[in-house]
Each structure stands twice: as structure tokens, then as C-alpha cells.
Ligand binder design. Structure first.
Ligand SMILES: O=C(O)c1ccccc1N[C@@H]1O[C@H](COP(=O)(O)O)[C@@H](O)[C@H]1O
Length: 248
């Protein structure tokens, strides 16, 4: 029996609204309404995980702490939380709110000593987001460059990072399919679980990533495709469990 691919519907929060950006660019948001309703909807549709992002915190434009606190506090599913988690206070608050794990971006690149410390302290509650353009990593709302992917991956491996969330920024929000080549390369190099992010458009993409579970692709974040109605979460979960692709 095949190991299912974990699916993480995304709820990205900006100005108190659930949104999707295109290639992470500020000002490209499509609004999908109340983030709590979106999160609850994914839970009711069968999600076991939610990928929850405070975009304002990631961009350094304030935060959406109260709505995120409500989602982490009231939902019963596992939550991977990211955006603006860059010091002890924000990280400890995120875990105390009920995040199952946190995803560090900017801090992992700008503050590797602190990142190594919290990896040591919190183990697999810490994932690192490798937000990639070509072979360059992006930070601070993906508007600044943060170093070479492979060099940073070596440092994180030495620090004992348990899991990577890999986003091809050029694919994110574009419905052009995941960058399976990059995902495969990173999974092969690390041997640690990789969560794929960016580009999923059709059920075939999920089928392709499910076939990569044995290579270390543990899960996939789905954003735009779900909000745009390309397929339902139930269909995606069926495919991720190894069943045949259903027509939509
Ligand atoms: O998810 C997005 O669309 C996104 C767009 C622009 C910036 C960040 C985005 N997402 C998440 O934010 C973290 C990084 O936050 P930080 O650098 O730690 O503050 C990133 O890993 C994505 O999960």
C-alpha cells in the first residue's frame, strides 16, 4: 500500500482576510473572505493539516494575531504556522497558541545561530521554509535575497533541521504545476521530509507528488487550486491516498 501524501490547504491572512498572492507579490491578492471560515471549511472537508500564514507579519506590515489565535485555538486539526516568526517571543507565542509546528523563513537565513538553538530546543516542531527563486532563497516577504539554497541547506542539515517546506516562488499562485525537479533534488540531498509548495493546479499534480512520497516528499500545500475550484479537497485527498485521479 502506498503511503499517502499529506495535504495542507493554505490559509494566508492579509488585512484580516484570506487571500492568495501571485508569486508572493504584495498587491496581487485575490480575496477569499473570512480566514476562520476558510480554515473551518478545510477542516470540515477532511483536512488533517492546515498551512496558516500571517502575510502581514511576513512582510513586516503588522500582524493578524487575533484571527490566527482564534483559528489555532478553535480548530481541531494540526496547524503549520508561518510568517514573522523570528525571535523567541513570536515563536513561543505561536506554539503556545496551539500551532503543531512552525515554519521559519527569514530567521533561518538572517539568524542561523538562533535557528540552530530553537531546532535543538523544539525538534520537529520547527520546519524551515526554503522559499526559492532559481537557486537563491528569499526573505522578508520574499523581496530580499537570503543566500544560496544549497549552502543554506548544508547549514540547516548541520543544525539538525527536521523538515523543509520548499516553495518555488515563481510557481506560487500561478497554477502552473509544482517544480518536481527542485523538490526531488532537495529531498535527495537532505533525506528529511519535504513539504512541497507552489504551483499545484490539477489532480495530476497531486498524483505526481504522491508518487514522490518514497523519495521524501511527505506533503503538499495547496492554495490557489482549491480556492479557484480546480478540484475539491475530497478529490485531492482521494488522489493523495493513492486512488485513481477522478475527473473534475
Ligand atoms: O505564502 C506566501 O504567499 C508568502 C508570500 C510572501 C512572503 C511569505 C509568504 N509565505 C510564508 O511566510 C514564510 C516566511 O515568513 P518569515 O520570513 O519567517 O517572516 C514563508 O516561509 C512562507 O511560509
Amino acid at each position: 500500500m502506498t503511503t499517502p501524501l499529506q495535504l495542507l490547504p493554505a490559509v494566508d491572512v492579509q488585512d484580516g482576510q484570506a487571500v492568495r498572492l501571485v508569486q508572493g507579490e504584495y498587491g496581487t491578492a485575490t480575496n477569499y473572505g473570512d480566514p476562520f471560515d476558510a480554515a473551518l471549511g478545510w477542516q470540515e472537508a477532511g483536512a488533517e493539516w492546515l498551512h496558516l500564514v500571517d502575510l502581514d507579519a511576513a512582510f513586516g506590515h503588522g500582524n493578524n494575531r487575533e484571527i490566527i489565535r482564534r483559528i489555532t485555538g478553535e480548530l481541531g486539526i494540526k496547524i503549520e504556522l508561518s510568517g514573522g516568526l523570528r525571535d523567541d517571543a513570536s515563536l513561543e507565542e505561536a506554539l503556545a497558541m496551539g500551532a503543531t509546528r512552525v515554519n521559519l523563513g527569514t530567521a533561518a537565513l538572517e539568524n542561523p545561530e538562533w535557528t540552530a538553538k530553537v531546532i535543538d530546543q523544539f525538534g520537529d516542531k520547527i520546519a524551515v521554509g526554503l522559499d526559492v527563486r532559481g537557486e537563491k532563497l528569499a526573505t522578508r516577504g520574499w523581496v530580499e535575497e537570503g543566500g544560496n539554497l544549497w549552502d543554506v541547506l548544508d547549514q540547516l542539515e548541520a543544525a539538525g533541521c527536521a523538515r523543509y517546506v520548499v516553495t518555488d516562488i515563481t510557481k506560487d499562485g500561478t497554477l502552473t504545476g509544482p517544480n518536481t525537479q527542485l523538490l526531488g533534488q532537495i529531498a535527495q540531498k537532505t533525506g528529511k521530509p519535504v513539504i512541497a509548495s507552489g504551483g499545484i493546479s490539477v489532480l495530476k499534480d497531486i498524483e505526481e507528488l504522491t508518487q514522490m512520497v518514497d523519495q521524501g516528499i511527505e506533503g503538499a500545500i495547496i492554495g490557489k487550486a482549491l480556492y479557484a475550484g480546480q478540484f475539491t479537497l475530497q478529490q485531492a485527498l482521494q488522489v493523495a491516498s493513492g486512488s485513481a485521479v477522478q475527473d473534475v
